[in-house]
Design a protein around this ligand. Structure first.
Ligand code: IPM
Ligand code: MN
Length: 358
């Protein structure tokens, strides 16, 4: 197969972890006889410095022409000034919207080898396997927003807005995924307070009862979900929720696995290239030190092969290699619990060697 893959290394540790994932993809191409044309483009703070915008037109155009996009991370203190004309995060939101990536898949799976790295008790996190579907191009992130005068000075507002169609398409995607897993779907909302949540509840109940009667479907309020995720995470299979609830719950969920450095994510739409990235940020505190954990980005590359190129065997091969490396006791600093730790590139090498030997 021939495929065009655009990589957007971004800021902070982004370039370091993306490099390892690119090496893995290049190795997979050789091992399985594919041709991946990989090219890097600027995005994020580095693009603001060079082009005055976080998502330059030529970067967006290259992404649109590609089969898939691999992203590192964007942002950092240098671009954090609230008064700045633009911010790295603007580029991220724009690329999601432009590529119509309305579904953000965030698998939260614990590794037997890493149970001790979780701040939670091993008996609670052992065997957790949740697939989050976070709505990504709607809600409060994209609703009307602004400031207006107020007797006390100013007033600021962000509107949470959803249409039937926006809810329906992601609920269907998540329900399809549940069908191929343990057949449990949980919809998370705040229907006791928010009108937007009441629409979510209505639309999803209708779709599930008509089209997916075979699923075990339940609804949970977001505040309760924050609690259940810590007390009984094994009870969940597929979880679907709106944009901001998904943002918050998946960061919380990542702690079940011990490190934010382990979790990949896939953002997909109904057509066109998908966007694959680690769920961690640019970690400016450790940038340039060569100690970042590249596994989340390597696992994002596996999701890229699976979801955008339909290369299931290749994806599984990367995941198996990561499993083995961890089972063999290799760790980066974030998951080493004070023990010996590999550098970013050493960890990349371990996965490469293991992959080649499979
Ligand atoms: C994420 C991030 C982004 C988000 C930020 C950086 C805009 O936190 O991908 O989860 O809130 O969506
Ligand atoms: Mn987030």
């Amino acid at each position: 197969m021939k495929a065009k893959i655009v990589s957007l290394p971004g800021d902070g540790i982004g370039p370091e972890v993306v490099l390892e994932a690119e090496r893995i993809l290049a190795t997979v191409a050789v091992k399985f006889g594919h041709e991946f044309e990989m090219q890097r483009f600027p995005m994020g703070g580095c693009a603001i410095d060079e082009f005055g915008t976080a998502l330059p037109d030529h970067t967006l155009a290259a992404c649109k022409e590609s089969n898939a996009v691999l992203l590192g991370a964007v942002g950092g203190p240098k671009w954090d000034d609230p008064k700045a004309k633009t911010r790295p995060e603007v580029g991220l939101l724009k690329i999601r919207k432009e590529l119509q990536l309305f579904a953000n898949l965030r698998p939260i799976k614990t590794y037997a080898a890493l149970l001790e790295s979780s701040p939670l008790k091993a008996e609670i996190v052992d065997g957790v396997d949740i697939l989050f579907f976070r709505e990504l191009t709607g809600g409060i992130y994209f609703g009307e927003s602004g400031r207006r005068p107020h007797p006390s000075g100013e007033e600021a507002f962000n509107v949470m807005q959803y249409s039937t169609e926006e809810v329906a398409r992601i609920v269907r995607l998540s329900a399809d995924a549940a069908r191929n897993r343990r057949k449990k779907l949980t919809m998370v909302d705040k229907a006791n307070v928010l009108e937007a949540s009441r629409l979510w509840r209505q639309v999803s109940a209708e779709i599930i009862s008509k089209e997916y009667p075979d699923l075990e479907y339940n609804v949970v309020l977001v505040d309760a979900m924050a609690m259940h995720l810590l007390s009984r995470p094994r009870d969940f299979d597929v979880v679907v929720t709106e944009n901001m609830f998904g943002d918050i719950l998946t960061d919380e969920g990542s702690m079940l696995t011990g490190s934010l450095g382990m979790l990949p994510s896939a953002s997909i739409g109904s057509a066109g290239p998908g966007l694959y990235e680690p769920i961690h940020g640019s970690a400016p505190d450790i940038a340039g030190k060569g100690i970042a954990n590249p596994l989340a980005t390597i696992l994002a590359a596996a999701m890229l092969l699976r979801h955008s190129l339909s290369l299931e065997a290749e994806a599984a091969c990367i995941e198996t290699a990561v499993d083995k490396v961890l089972a063999n006791g290799f760790r980066t600093k974030d998951i080493a619990r004070g023990g010996p730790a590999l550098s970013t590139s050493e960890m990349g090498n371990k996965v490469l060697e293991t992959l080649l030997a499979l």
